[in-house]
Ligand binder design. Structure first.
Ligand SMILES: Cc1ncc(COP(=O)(O)O)c(C=O)c1O
Length: 365
């Protein structure tokens, strides 16, 4: 591809840090991962942050921490990456797919509230593409029904709402560090929480069920747990990325603003809306276009890697109605995003000329 969808940010410093870990003889989770967790905690302005092997693993840990089990209902937006809905289903719960607002591509808060039943045990909204949720509305619903929120913040590292970073609003938030996210460790995830009891439970769960306090010599396994530790090798990459996170974030925001300015002038194109009082982190920069699939093929033929936004779950075989999956409504907003959303190439060193070429190609149709 002449212009890829993403480019990785890899530096000599990163290679040096990974080399240092290799030389240290300590390849599993150790001091480097601890430093990465602390760095992310401070960057996000949250009380607790744990590194895990992926966002998917983190969502599973978070739902288990809240006791989600067979027979419970968990509300998830229909327009998201399948992991958001797969995890509660794998735990035996029923996932209730709720529509989105196609303007923001975030969960429709009224539809979410209408889908709550006595069996609902958790809300799992998604700050999709880096657009922060409307936490005022979300928190009001969560309090009204006394339901915990696990935020799938896979894409929202760096996004903020009313001046505070995403990560501190939900009961538990989970980020992805997959290479399509703007800071990455190759594979990996982060879980954030304010409550120490959640942090301790999650810490134990990711460390084979070990008690969160106490010496290694007198190890006490207090619950069945698993291994979701992040290797120091991966954390070394993450630490270097974290050091330039602000720089990468503002560059993405600049490029997204320029895309919006240029794409907003193309007849028939519509720009997605950022949540009021929110700052978007643009993990993905999208535009709503007519005949998206035809455009996708034509533009790719020109060497420009455009992509769909994400998936309408109700169109996937795994999420057809049944004992583990219920559709709350007609999911028309999700279908609209599924048909029209086009993700544009976005990376730190995308040039104005490359951006102009992308816009010209999509504008020609
Ligand atoms: C909204 C959303 N949730 C979950 C995931 C899964 O993240 P991971 O690959 O870190 O498990 C992704 C990955 O793209 C995502 O976009």
């Amino acid at each position: 591809m002449k212009i890829p969808l993403i480019k990785l940010y890899i530096t000599e410093g990163m290679k040096r840090r990974v080399g240092e870990v290799l030389d240290s003889g300590m390849l599993t989770e150790g001091k480097v991962t601890a430093a990465f967790e602390t760095g992310c905690r401070d960057y996000l302005g949250v009380s607790h942050c744990l590194a895990v092997t992926s966002c998917t693993a983190g969502i599973e840990a978070a739902l288990r921490c809240l006791g989600i089990t067979a027979g419970d209902e968990v509300i998830v937006p229909d327009y998201t990456y399948p992991a958001t809905a797969s995890v509660p289903m794998l735990l035996g719960a029923t996932v209730v797919l709720v529509d989105i607002d196609p303007q923001t591509m975030l969960i429709d808060y009224d539809a979410m509230e209408a889908a709550i039943t006595p069996r609902t045990k958790a809300l799992v909204p998604v700050s999709l593409f880096g657009n922060p949720l409307d936490y005022d509305r979300l928190t009001a619903i969560s309090h009204r029904y006394d339901l915990p929120v696990v935020e799938d913040a896979a894409c929202a590292f760096g996004a903020s709402y009313r001046g505070r970073r995403v990560g501190g609003f939900a009961d538990i938030s989970v980020f992805s560090l997959h290479p399509r996210k703007f800071i990455t460790t190759g594979e990996g995830g982060l879980i954030t929480a304010e409550r120490k009891e959640y942090r301790d439970w999650l810490w134990s769960y990711k460390h084979f069920g070990l008690a969160a306090t106490g010496s290694r010599e007198a190890a006490r396994f207090i619950m069945p747990g698993t291994n979701y530790k992040m290797s120091d090798l991966l954390a070394a990459v993450g630490l270097e990325q974290l050091a330039v996170a602000e720089e990468l974030l503002s560059r993405r925001q600049e490029l997204a603003a320029r895309y919006h300015d240029l794409c907003g002038r193309i007849p028939g194109f519509e720009l997605p809306q950022t949540t009021p009082n929110g700052v978007h982190s643009y993990q993905t920069c999208c535009v709503m276009v007519p005949e998206r699939d035809r455009l996708l093929t034509r533009v790719r033929q020109q060497g420009i890697e455009v992509q769909i936004g994400t998936y309408c779950l109700h169109r996937q075989p795994a999420f057809q109605p049944g004992p583990r999956c219920r559709w709350a409504d007609a999911l028309a907003g999700s279908a609209e995003a599924g048909d029209r959303c086009l993700a544009l190439p976005l990376f730190h060193d995308l040039t104005d000329a490359e951006q102009d070429a992308v816009v010209a190609a999509i504008g020609r149709g």
